[in-house]
Design a protein around this ligand. Structure first.
Ligand SMILES: Cc1cc2nc3c(=O)[nH]c(=O)nc-3n(C[C@H](O)[C@H](O)[C@H](O)COP(=O)(O)O)c2cc1C
Length: 341
């Protein structure tokens, strides 16, 4: 049996396999009210039909101003729960687990009508606006927004929540001296993240795992490196993170050469040091490569982004290519080669 298709259990979360649909902003909330719509139903449920073990909803923001664009998903209001719950129900129906990535864009809010905020009044680049530096009180209120967002996600029936601490969004902004030059208690790089994790945990059932996406390195001598990140990950783990989803970059406008598996060493390092399970992501859509990452114990889960945009059935395609019995729903079994039925 391919290791990629072995089940995975973490606390109350049961996955049928190790394939995760990576969170991806679709910029398709046409009503600009944060509410997921018919597009998201088809988009997310089709990846459950396509065999993914876990379907993770795109970056979903705890504050209207915490969006990148006005067409992003939101969880700042109870009105957001219904659509999320309806999608989750269908995702479950097709055998996948359902999660949501909770976030705040901070200084990376781009739509003209949104007001960017950040740890300090430092813009991401000269093409971005200067963010309002949050006061100490405003940071405390922000922590509470993450708690409320997590509570709404739980009420909507998710199996897992991922905190977005990567790609230069608000939690990451606090972790880096590039964007955080505060002189209050939140100048310490892990303080905000720790409080957010504690607040989210307080709104989640004890058995529900909390994932955290982190950037393993900032790809610049100006920012933090892998060793610093590993130290911060240990702190976040002690605060309540159960699994790290390890990506990289996003907090400085630098371009990074991507190649198959280029971020796997970061996931491995975090896993080795924290002994927490890890998810690898980034150019892993070659089936044999994805299988080897799990089989060699380099990561517990593999997240697929663009590969699943190209092929909603990526998990099924991988299963067939790796000689597995297929995951196709019963209605489609005539499509399975005879010797695999
Ligand atoms: C259209 C698009 C939207 C994305 N939005 C998010 C997001 O909401 N949250 C996040 O953590 N990563 C986001 N990402 C990054 C992906 O989750 C993933 O980490 C990245 O694409 C690398 O994986 P891949 O090579 O399999 O695509 C996005 C990527 C794409 C292509």
């Amino acid at each position: 049996m391919a290791k990629l298709f072995e089940p995975f259990q973490l606390k109350s979360l049961s996955l049928r396999n190790r394939v995760v649909m990576s969170p991806m902003c679709m910029y398709s909330v046409w009503a600009e009210d944060g509410r997921l719509n018919d597009f998201h139903v088809t988009h997310l449920v089709s990846r459950a039909v396509g065999g993914a073990g876990l379907v993770m909803v795109e970056m979903t923001d705890v504050d209207p101003d915490g969006r990148i664009t006005v067409r992003d998903s939101g969880i700042w209001d109870d009105r957001h729960q219904g659509a999320l719950a309806a999608i989750g129900e269908q995702v479950h129906h097709y055998g996948a687990a359902f999660g949501v990535q909770i976030a705040h864009a901070g200084r990376k809010a781009q739509s003209e009508s949104l007001s960017p905020v950040g740890p300090s009044a430092i813009p991401f680049s000269d093409r971005y606006r200067v963010p309002h530096a949050l006061t100490t009180d405003e940071v405390r209120q922000m922590v509470d927004r993450f708690r409320a967002g997590a509570a709404r996600a739980v009420a909507a029936g998710v199996d897992v929540i991922e905190l977005h601490g990567a790609h230069g969004y608000l939690v990451h902004q606090f972790m880096s001296r590039v964007s955080n030059q505060r002189d209050d208690v939140y100048g310490e790089p892990t303080q905000f993240g720790r409080e957010v994790i504690g607040a989210m945990r307080s709104a989640m059932p004890v058995g529900m795992p909390l994932f955290m996406r982190v950037s393993g390195t900032e790809h610049s001598p100006l920012g933090y490196g892998l060793d610093d990140l590993v130290t911060m990950a240990r702190v976040f783990q002690a605060a309540g993170v159960d699994l790290f989803d390890v990506s990289s970059g996003g907090n400085l406008p630098v371009s990074v050469a991507e190649f198959p598996g280029y971020q796997v060493p970061y996931a491995e390092a975090v896993g080795r040091s924290t002994r927490a399970p890890v998810m690898a992501v980034g150019c892993l859509d070659d089936y044999a490569l994805a299988e080897s990452v799990v089989a060699e114990g380099r990561a517990n889960l593999v997240a697929i982004g663009r590969g699943m945009l190209r092929d909603p059935y990526w998990a099924n395609s991988a299963a067939l290519a790796l000689g597995e019995h297929t995951l196709l729903p019963a209605q489609y079994h005539r499509a399975i080669p005879m010797d695999r039925r």
